[in-house]
Ligand binder design. Structure first.
Ligand code: GDP
Length: 432
């Protein structure tokens, strides 16, 4: 058989189907893949969102048949925090690196407006870490610890009424970033008829608010039927308990109350088994795949577009990474030049303004000086006038005084000659 490039193409793309005349061996490819994956191990990351005390930790312990460490969270957290723990689990020869992330303090604050933000930031941070690893020149994606969230179990309080606005807002903010599986927590607190109505109400509220929850895939024939049936049971009403009680002659996970016992794995009591089947046994791989192909892809696309990368130019022609880099570099240099020019203009403008300000201040100072000088001259003139008038007054006073003194001495002289004359007359008349 001669090699022709045409024969290497896939059906539907212009290639020919040719029969094999003997066993070649590539039918072992799926086994090779399975062996490789099993040797490598798997990782699965679950995010539990829900108010403190809704049974998140208990449900995780029940789902994975173990006791993950951790103290009960307090209700007095100032804000929402995300607590992440990773565990290595083994079942048969399959290794699973399981990460459980739980919201601590969710729904405990008076103002719950921003409660969704730390969750969104956490999910984005895991996408960003993966993207950064992907963009590295020397990347190690094959043994990179992927922390992207594969499933978000959203715990709904068993109120029997409707979803709280906090639930709707949070789910709406998360639905494009993660596979949301809503569950009614502590469903032993709600009666059977109430539960049916509650499920219908929740579903209609999710639909009317445009919240996209994860749908178990129905495109794979082997699981289409079960997944289709299970989609109709969402949101699952679950009960958690790690306590084992003897029921009949079997030990079973249950919660015991004064009026009876509720069995966690009894499908007439709750949907715990449905959740475990769907989340772990049937759709774990789909959840991982959806995370990569849908949610991460969306994050990556937005992020790269934000950074200026694009696949085609405005004329829809392919745009290479090199061209994108150069276009971005030129754009950056252009912007830098524009900024430099703007700064220079601003500097010149500021200098001009400062000069004008200084000139104005100088002018004002001159005017003030002139004003003060004039004031001083006026004052001086007034004082000189006053001095002159005082001098005149003093001179006039002196003149008057001299005249008065002259008059007084004349008067005294006149008085003295009269006395002499009188004495003489007396003497002559013989008085003396
Ligand atoms: P978390 O704060 O959401 O992690 O809640 P926990 O798992 O610590 O559970 C808080 C309390 O609720 C504990 O006393 C659990 O025993 C109890 N609990 C957990 N699951 C259930 C359930 O399904 N039904 C009922 N009635 N109680 C539960």
């Amino acid at each position: 058989m001669l090699f022709s490039p045409e024969r290497t193409r896939w059906p539907g793309e212009g290639c020919r189907t040719v029969p094999l005349s003997g066993h070649v061996g590539f039918d072992s490819l799926p086994d090779q893949l399975v062996n490789k994956s099993v040797n490598h191990g798997f990782c699965f990351n679950i995010l539990c969102v829900g108010e403190t005390g809704l049974g998140k930790s208990t449900l995780m312990d029940t789902l994975f048949n173990t006791k993950f460490e951790g103290d009960p969270a307090s209700h007095s957290q100032p804000g929402v925090q995300l607590k992440s723990n990773t565990y290595d689990l083994q079942e048969s020869n399959v290794n699973l690196k399981l990460t459980i992330v739980s919201t601590v303090g969710f729904g405990d604050q008076i103002n719950k407006e921003d409660s969704y933000k730390p969750i969104v930031e956490f999910i984005d941070a895991q996408f960003e870490a993966y993207l950064q690893e992907e963009l590295k020149i020397k990347r190690v994606l094959h043994n990179y610890h992927d922390t992207r969230i594969h499933a978000c179990l959203y715990f709904i309080a068993p109120t029997g009424h409707s979803l709280k606005s906090l639930d709707l807002v949070t789910m709406k903010k998360l639905d494009s970033k993660v596979n949301i599986i809503p569950i009614i927590a502590k469903s032993d607190a709600i009666s059977k008829s109430e539960l049916t109505k509650f499920k219908i109400k929740i579903t209609s509220e999710l639909v009317s608010n445009g919240v996209q929850i994860y749908q178990f895939p129905t495109d794979d024939e082997s699981v289409a039927e079960i997944n289709g049936t299970m989609n109709a049971h969402l949101p699952f009403a679950v009960i958690g308990s790690t306590e084992e009680l003897k029921i009949g002659n079997k030990m079973m996970k249950a919660r015991q109350y004064p009026w009876g016992t509720v069995q966690v794995e009894n499908e007439t009591h709750c949907d715990f088994v449905k959740l475990r089947e769907m989340l772990i046994r049937v759709n774990m791989e789909d959840l991982r795949e959806q995370t990569h192909t849908r949610h991460y892809e969306l994050y990556r696309r937005c992020k790269l577009e934000e950074m200026g990368f694009k696949d085609t130019d405005p004329d829809s022609k392919p745009f290479s990474l090199q061209e994108t880099y150069e276009a971005k570099r030129n754009e950056f240099l252009g912007e830098l030049q524009k900024k430099e020019e703007a700064m220079r203009q601003m500097f010149v403008q500021r200098v001009k303004e400062k000069e004008a300000e200084l000139k104005e201040a100088e002018k004002e100072l001159h005017e003030k000086f002139d004003r003060l000088k004039k004031l001083h001259q006026d004052e001086k003139k007034k004082l000189e006038d006053k001095k002159k008038s005082l001098d005149d007054e003093v001179n006039a006073f002196k003149q008057r005084k001299t005249a008065a003194e002259l008059l007084q001495s004349q008067a005294q002289q006149a008085g003295g000659s009269q006395t002499l004359k009188r004495d003489k007359e007396r003497k002559n008349s013989g008085f003396l």
